[in-house]
Design a protein around this ligand. Structure first.
Ligand SMILES: [Mg+2]
Length: 117
């Protein structure tokens, strides 16, 4: 158990449930949309946000931009097949992971970003 806070954003409840179970050593909250995530962010600042790219309404990338516009700069992991090169350098993405992801790879990535620093 760490006191690091991770916000999980995915419109698929199955993915959220899987991630909540796999990442239970962190303090967790989850959101089904970017809008919901922004509501959470304003009073619960996560150390890291892991978001699906494809969300209904605002995309995962747009959500990260909005989070930054609110003045919050958590580490960010984008679940997408895209690579860093296709995303504007102005947007701070800490890591990318493709679905279906390997949970161990994901937890290592998260630990390297917010725990082992
Ligand atoms: Mg999705």
């Amino acid at each position: 158990m760490t006191n690091k806070k991770v916000l999980i954003i995915d419109d698929q409840i199955g993915i959220r449930v899987l991630l909540m179970a796999a990442l239970d050593k962190y303090e967790l909250k989850d959101a089904a949309s970017g809008r919901e995530a922004l509501d959470i962010i304003t009073d619960w600042q996560p150390d890291l946000v892991i978001t699906d790219l494809k969300l209904p309404g605002m995309s995962g990338l747009e959500t990260i931009v909005k989070i930054n516009e609110l003045g919050f700069y958590p580490e960010t992991i984008l679940m997408t097949a895209y690579d860093r090169l296709s995303i504007s350098e102005d947007i701070k993405i800490s890591g990318f992971i493709e679905k279906p992801f390997d949970i161990e790879q994901l937890t290592t990535m998260i630990d390297d970003l917010i725990v082992n620093i």
